[in-house]
Design a protein around this ligand. Structure first.
Ligand SMILES: Nc1nc2c(ncn2[C@@H]2O[C@H](COP(=O)(O)OP(=O)(O)O)[C@@H](O)[C@H]2O)c(=O)[nH]1
Ligand SMILES: [Mg+2]
Length: 341
């Protein structure tokens, strides 16, 4: 597979699989947290952790506890912030009692009016984040582990070219008694990955492009726009790619992550947010008329495979699947033609 340098003004890799090999890490590579803290001290960088939360009273305390526990061993996080959606379940009280700085998303930059969902909460957090690096993490995770923190911070602290790190993980799907090990992450699999394959193939090496666990330097986050709601991660992936280039992006296998499952209807709305984010960027880039159709000779990109990155028991893997889309002519024309012969 070869990817041409495109004319959209940002660097693209000659090969996604090459990037995948070079920029995919595992949390285990960073488990020597003392070494990581020494590295952090050498660089002089400070870290803010931002936890956006809506009705997460049942999980937020445990997450903050894990981070503080990690900090006792190895002070990796300098500021722990919860950006609360004025939750009614006591999220802010639990978060404050657990030792985090708590902000109401509606009170930060309140002249912008009430906050618009997750993306807006994340954007507003940048106005109070003090760290040189800003890490986001979802706060509805039941099995939050310290490796989520040091695994995500690992590459940005140790690899000079890396400015952005995305978490990767397996997403089990639990329903009643049964567990499907990779059945979770349905919006990612059904909307984001197909869209990226079609429009942003540079991003197809990411196992969990919508993961809420990711870090970048604050300068980078402050230099890009944020889309609100659930469009935020999609927009950040595209905009960081444009701003910093794929070579500055990395991912870390964080293990397995159990996320709260959403009803199908809500997943549909999330998918729509992702689609709208992609459509808006395509329109802004003047590319809506430039759809990549791999089966035509004049297509923008020459490869025609579906690239699929996944977390497996043997680590992160990327595979190509040949996707042929053949177009048959209307049957009336075919039958008329055969009658003419
Ligand atoms: N502050 C804030 N946090 C939110 C909002 N919506 C979602 N979150 C949090 O963002 C994280 C991810 O959201 P979630 O609904 O679980 O999305 P999913 O994990 O992608 O299905 C969770 O920790 C949510 O509590 C919001 O409107 N405001
Ligand atoms: Mg969730």
């Amino acid at each position: 597979m070869h990817m041409e340098t495109n004319d959209r003004g940002y660097s693209s890799p000659t090969n996604v699989t090459e990037w995948f090999e070079k920029r995919s890490y595992s949390h285990e590579e960073f488990k020597d947290i003392q070494k990581l803290v020494r590295r952090k001290r050498e660089t002089g960088l400070t870290v803010s952790l931002v936890l956006p939360g809506r009705n997460v009273a049942d999980t937020i305390g445990g997450i903050i506890g894990e981070v503080l526990g990690l900090n006792e061993e190895a002070p990796l996080v300098d500021q722990i912030m919860v950006i609360d959606a004025d939750s009614e379940d006591g999220t802010s009280e639990v978060a404050a009692a657990s030792g985090a700085e708590v902000y109401s998303e509606n009170e930060l930059l309140s002249h912008y009016g009430g906050a618009h969902g997750k993306g807006d909460a994340m954007w507003r957090s940048l106005s109070v984040a003090r760290g040189d690096l800003v890490m986001f993490a979802d706060s509805d995770t039941k099995d939050f582990k310290p490796q989520f923190i040091y695994g995500t911070l690992g590459p940005i602290l140790t690899v000079p070219e890396v400015r952005f790190v995305k978490g990767a993980f397996r997403r089990p799907f639990k329903s009643n008694e049964s567990v499907e090990l990779d059945g979770g992450g349905r919006v990612t699999e059904l909307t984001t990955k197909p869209l990226f394959n079609l429009f942003y193939p540079e991003l197809t090496g990411f196992v969990q492009p919508l993961a809420g666990e990711f870090v970048a330097d604050k300068e980078l986050f402050s230099s890009i726009p944020f889309l609100t709601g659930y469009a935020v991660e999609t927009g950040i992936m595209i905009d960081v790619l444009k701003k910093a280039g794929l070579n500055a992006m990395a991912q870390t296998d964080l293990g397995t992550r159990q996320n709260r499952h959403q009803p199908l209807f809500d997943l549909g709305r999330m998918s729509y947010s992702v689609l709208r984010a992609v459509a808006r960027r395509l329109r802004q880039d003047g590319r809506l008329r430039q759809l990549r159709d791999p089966s035509t000779p004049d297509s923008l990109f020459q490869f025609s495979d579906y690239l699929h990155a996944a977390a497996t028991p043997d680590g992160l893997q990327i595979r190509e699947h040949v996707e042929e889309l053949v177009e048959r002519p209307p049957m009336a024309e075919v039958l008329a033609g055969s009658r003419e012969q």
